[in-house]
Write a protein that binds this ligand. Sequence first.
Ligand code: FES
Length: 212
Amino acid sequence: MGEENKDIPLASNPSTASPVTPVPAATPAPAVAQAAPKPVVTAAPVKPLASPARRQFMISWLSLAWVVFAAATVSALSTVLRFLFPNVLFEPKTSFKVGKPDQYEVGKVDTRWEDKFGVWVIRSPEGIYALSTVCTHLGCKPSWLDGEQKFKCPCHGSGFYKTGINFEGPAPRPLERFSISLADDGQILIDKSKKFQFEKGEWMNPLSLLAV
Ligand code: FES
């Protein structure tokens, strides 16, 4: 038994070991107050300056926008003006004088007024009548062919006698006559607002022939 005690270290023998001063347990270090996290301030994004090309592009678009705006304004204004001042239609006179009867030769077709008034004035032994220069087919203007003594339409070939009666081509009816009378001053007065059609028997109307 004595042998066994020799091998035991003194320190580990409670009876022989000097009393060990207990080392106080380390007190936990007070927690270091952590600073509140500061909000991260990020700088506002800096807008890049427009390059000259970009600036030019913007100016072009701005100019275009102004042009479009100005055009729209002008258009709107013109519409308003047209509404306020509607078009006045100046129609050619329907009533006009063509001189005195003695200025017309019997048997002749007078073409002086065909362009200005759209009539031929013809003096026959019975009197003077005014024929319309509008073809009764589709409205072209025939020409007087003195050599052939007929009106000939250039569009589809209709032909009319001096009296206005159709005799060839597709024209379905004679030329129309206009009202003709003597004015107070002795001149021939033609009124295109009054028409007379042969096929309706209207050439019998005294206003379709000026008996002189
Ligand atoms: Fe004159 Fe057709 S318009 S013949």
